[in-house]
Design a protein around this ligand. Structure first.
Ligand SMILES: N[C@@H](CCC(=O)N[C@@H](CS)C(=O)NCC(=O)O)C(=O)O
Length: 215
């Protein structure tokens, strides 16, 4: 398999399938396309017609869109438990993942993912604060209701954790208020070997995207 991604420091969508594949133990090659450069769009279009990353290639099959990549990984490796096994719990995991995929635009705009940003308090717009509060509630409720079998949102690591991984970085580096339960969940995510590998690689990158650097 071959995963095409953007800069590890900034590409929030890329982190999601990458951390899932690493955690699942799926071997893959990766290509990093640095973003916000003159050749970025052409380089992305060379891999998939929507001109975005991530893109997963499995032989001749080219899959765009993060949520479709995660679904494909679940179908391709059904023994790895990328979604919870229980029907109702799986539905809840998919519901919060769908919220993440389609929502929280103000938070994403005001607080871009930036792995190597030093932790520094940033107070985003009121709308972004409302969205952060919803995410805090999602994490707290998931942990309290479904998390007994492990430290992730649904106990074991699932696609829902992959979907929220970039937001863990945002809550951390912008010091966004959260519950003690969410704080412990964030610590779990940031202690994952896959997280540490991605984080170290992001710090080794030299590209800087000024528009993603929030004071
Ligand atoms: N809906 C897409 C969003 C992907 C996306 O917006 N990716 C960003 C990078 S995080 C991108 O490719 N931006 C284009 C660019 O930088 O030129 C998905 O779910 O994968």
């Amino acid at each position: 398999m071959h995963l095409v991604i953007g800069n590890k420091n900034y590409s929030s969508w890329s982190l999601r399938p990458w951390i899932a594949m690493k955690h699942m133990g799926v071997p893959f090659e990766e290509t990093v396309i640095p973003m916000a450069l003159p050749g970025t769009k052409a380089a992305m279009l060379a891999h998939a017609p929507h001109g975005l990353v991530p893109v997963l290639k499995d032989g001749d099959l080219v899959i765009q869109e993060t949520i479709a990549i995660l679904e494909y990984l679940n179908d391709r490796f059904p023994d790895r438990g990328l979604w919870p096994a229980d029907l109702a719990v799986r539905a809840k995991a998919r519901a919060i993942s769908a919220e993440m995929h389609s929502g929280f635009a103000a938070l994403r705009r005001d607080c871009p993912m930036n792995m190597r940003r030093p932790v520094r308090k940033h107070i985003p717009s009121p709308q972004a604060q409302e969205q952060a509060a919803r995410i805090d509630a999602i994490w707290t409720e998931s942990r309290n209701t479904y998390g007994a079998a492990g430290p992730f949102l649904f106990g074991q690591f699932t696609a829902a954790d992959a979907m929220f991984a970039p937001v863990v970085n945002r809550f951390h580096v912008y010091d966004i208020p959260r519950s003690a339960v969410s704080d412990a969940y964030m610590a779990t995510m940031m202690a994952m070997p896959a997280w540490r590998e991605w984080d170290a690689a992001s710090r080794a990158e030299t590209w800087v995207i000024d528009s993603s650097e929030v004071a």
